[in-house]
Design a protein around this ligand. Structure first.
Ligand code: GLN
Ligand code: ZN
Length: 770
């Protein structure tokens, strides 16, 4: 019989219970015991739920109060020095995750430590805590290892689970040399940490486990030979030491394992593959398995929110069964379901207003049921009703006018070649723009948003609830914009913005103005720690409902003679920060969004707006995991940006903005965007970003950020002069702009004004010098 399994479950809870619990603990409202009790209760509920759904391999040990990589570090005693004095393990855990400031008491000294670094978990929106190691690092297994404790807790409920560990090689590889320590190869610590893994596995065996899941997601990266060697060594050792006492499943997910599989395949009892991302790997891996090995087939998408095509999945699993036999196949989600929202059962509004869309949605709980249905179908159990209703929903999704808009499809199919780029080269455009805009040397501008004050948030909430009328809300927003324009004039900025007071979020705001988008009530996915995001849903062909930003931009322009910059979110970011439909290719969807934005850009121009910024902060994070896939991605993503911005005349100045500093990696692609002006985060990377200009030519105008906007600190004139002077060493004066790193929405007004006063002074100082 094939087994129905899961790799991980959303720890945050059905309605973010864990978030509420943890945050109450942080604010001192509940004590540690209540936190632990509440935490156990949520865990229990999840195990029971998964069991009720019919899963046989239910995960344990992946449940965490903050981050499972951080749990791994603490479980194995990899505690950076600066946290070692914090006696209480839970305080220490949260201090590493989010920093800790505590005044001295009679019994304890003052504590003031920042958090450890956070990094994106592969290409998901989740961020993990980066473990820190020292060259002479010693590891120590905690008294009652949490993975063993979780296994026992489930067992006490009569639920037999499959414990999950972050694998030793991924753990070390994803970590880094501790702060203040010289760089070294963290994998050199493998011989030290491996015995502890073996020990924990033995304890799990003693506690009654039969299978264990060891996650090695790095298996899908482009790996150097030394890393593959480390993998080989790790699993050879584990195999030898366990001597068959416990079955080991090594899980790879988020992409293709390719030849990395050879590093582990001979030393494990089972391998998990992500067949959603890489269905083709079934064929390549099947012949490699020996006669006892088991394959876990990840056929249900753990990253998105759509129902599974059960027929297709069954066919894929059947293929595995034909080659291996029923007893050697496990049905699974593609990756941990922690990356999906909890359950569609909370989506009351969608269910009521758009039952068809509702029938296409599947969150974690529903995905568990899909996995079970697939397994039952293979095992010959009766799932006719489930298969029929699934097939019906798949069919309506394929044909519904909600997903297919022939006009949009036709337009995408017939995009003329010349629509993918500006008609004139930059030099010609620049001449027209210089003439029209009459900007001084080193023009000053901001990135778009001004402080989202309490007033603004309250007004928006009241408007949403219906207690503030449309007319009153509009008046309020206009007053805000008027104030923002006055402030900018007083500051003597050159290119102004309307300030974005009407936007809660740069993607959701536009989602409401486009066809093809909808919004969940409870579709939360953890982003880091207790923080969750609720991405909009793109379910249908995308087009504008009508003009999106014309009214506010034209109003803002009417208040000033200075050029006003229209402000839009680019096609790649609109997609990347949403749950996207998986029934059309990403590049086609991106082109649809690109065309909708193109219409808006043209309308802004027609309404007399001389500068238009199309933000694309997500282009870089959308980069595929494997280098080999970069070019194809960059081709369509850069293309769609250009599609959205190239409908205008030469004299209209197109800006873009990106908030990250690893500009260098994709320099050519950024240049290919061909924006007239790019503003980009820089202040934290010092001269690192600028160095690229020694070897590469960036021909268009550019504004590397002059100061960090993530902190309330006001940068001094001297400090920014220094930075600007550095920039001038690399960038020709006539191309250089003066601006902050990013939008100012999370700042307060006093520091915003103070910083901008200084910034304008710096620009004027250098103007006088030239
Ligand atoms: N225009 C946006 C703002 O200023 C840009 C935000 C971003 O880059 N993430 O808020
Ligand atoms: Zn930014």
């Amino acid at each position: 019989m094939v087994i129905a399994s899961n790799l991980g479950f959303p720890v945050v809870g059905s309605q973010r219970e864990l978030k509420k619990l943890v945050e109450s603990f942080w604010s001192g409202k509940i004590n540690e015991q209540s936190l632990r009790d509440g935490y156990s209760k949520i865990q229990q509920a999840h195990w029971v739920l998964q069991q009720e759904k019919g899963l046989q391999h239910i995960p344990s040990g992946e449940f965490t109060l903050y981050d499972r990589v951080l749990d791994t570090a603490q479980q194995f005693g990899a505690i950076p020095k600066r946290y070692q004095d914090i006696a209480n393990p839970l305080d220490q855990f949260f201090a590493m995750g989010r920093g800790l400031q505590r005044a001295a008491t009679e019994s304890s000294a003052k504590v003031d430590v920042p958090s450890m670094e956070m990094k994106k978990w592969f290409d998901t929106n989740y961020h993990f805590i980066v473990p820190e190691f020292e060259q002479d690092q010693s590891f120590q297994l905690e008294q009652a290892p949490r993975v063993v404790e979780q296994f026992k807790a489930a067992k006490a409920l009569n639920i037999h689970t499959r414990p999950v560990l972050v694998g030793p090689v991924s753990f070390l590889y994803l970590g880094k040399a501790a702060k203040g320590v010289e760089e070294f190869d963290t994998l050199s610590l493998l011989p030290k940490v491996l015995p502890l893994y073996v020990e924990v596995l033995k304890q799990l065996k003693e506690a009654g486990a039969d299978w264990v899941q060891i996650d090695e997601p790095i298996l899908i990266l482009d790996l150097e030979a030394s890393v593959k060697l480390a993998l080989e060594k790790a699993y050879k050792t584990i195999q030898a030491q366990l001597a068959g006492a416990l079955k080991v499943l090594v899980a790879a997910y988020f992409g293709r394992v390719e030849s990395n599989i050879y590093a582990v395949k001979d030393f494990v009892d089972a391998i998990h593959l992500d067949l959603v991302r890489a269905p083709e790997e079934l064929d390549t891996v099947l012949p490699l398995l020996n006669k006892d090995q088991v394959l876990s087939v990840g056929v249900v998408d753990g990253r998105n929110i759509w129902i599974n095509n059960l027929q297709n999945s069954i066919a894929l699993v059947q293929k595995a069964v034909a080659a291996l036999g029923q007893d050697r196949v496990i049905v699974a989600p593609s990756c941990s379901l922690a990356h999906s929202p909890f359950s569609t059962s909370f989506e009351v509004k969608i269910k009521e207003k758009n039952p068809e869309l509702y029938s296409w949605l599947s969150f974690s709980v529903e995905k568990c049921a899909e996995i079970v249905t697939i397994a039952k179908a293979i095992n010959g159990q009766d799932v006719k009703a489930e298969l029929e209703s699934n097939a019906a929903a798949i069919e309506t999704r394929r044909t519904s006018p909600q997903t297919v808009n022939p006009t949009v499809r036709d337009r995408v199919a017939k995009i003329p070649t010349e629509a993918w780029k500006r008609p004139s080269p930059f030099a010609t455009r620049r001449e027209a723009q210089v003439k029209k805009l009459k900007l001084p040397l080193f023009p000053t501008t901001t990135i778009g948003s001004f402080p989202q004050t309490k007033d603004i948030r309250v007004a928006r909430q009241q408007y949403k609830k219906g207690t503030l009328s449309q007319a009153d809300y509009d008046t309020f927003i206009k007053a805000q914009m008027k104030n923002m324009v006055e402030v900018q004039e007083k500051l003597d900025l050159d290119v102004l913005v309307h300030g974005e007071p009407e936007r809660n979020d740069m993607v959701e705001h536009f989602g409401h103005l486009l066809h093809g988008y909808d919004f969940t009530e409870n579709g939360w996915v953890v982003s880091y720690g207790s923080r969750c995001v609720k991405p909009p849903v793109i379910f249908g062909d995308v087009s504008r409902r009508g003009p999106m930003t014309i009214d506010e931009t034209v109003y803002a322009q009417s208040l000033t003679k200075r050029p006003m910059k229209g402000m839009l979110t680019g096609p790649v970011t609109m997609m990347k920060w949403s749950f996207v439909r998986d029934d059309i290719p990403a590049n086609d969807l991106c082109a649809q969004v690109g065309l909708a934005l193109r219409d808006e850009v043209v309308d802004l121009e027609s309404a007399g707006i001389p500068c238009i910024q199309v933000d694309e902060p997500a282009i870089r994070e959308g980069l595929p995991i494997r280098r080999a896939d970069w070019d194809a991605y960059l081709e369509w993503s850069v293309g769609c940006f250009r599609l959205s911005t190239s409908g205008v005349r030469d004299e209209t100045q197109i800006h873009t903005h990106m908030c990250y500093s690893d500009f260098n990696e994709i320099f050519d692609a950024i240049a290919a965007l061909d924006a007239d002006v790019i503003t980009i985060e820089n202040s934290k990377s010092d001269e690192k970003l600028l160095k690229i200009f020694e070897t590469k030519q960036y021909t268009n105008e550019i504004g590397p950020g002059l100061y960090d906007i993530h902190s309330p600190r006001v940068p001094s004139v001297e400090e920014m002069k220094q930075r600007f002077g550095d920039m001038l060493k690399y960038i020709p004066a006539h191309l250089l702009w003066a601006n902050p790193d990013c939008g100012l929405k999370s700042r307060q007004w006093p520091e915003t004004e103070a910083a901008l006063v200084n910034m304008v002074e710096v620009a004027k100082y250098f103007r006088a010098q030239h």
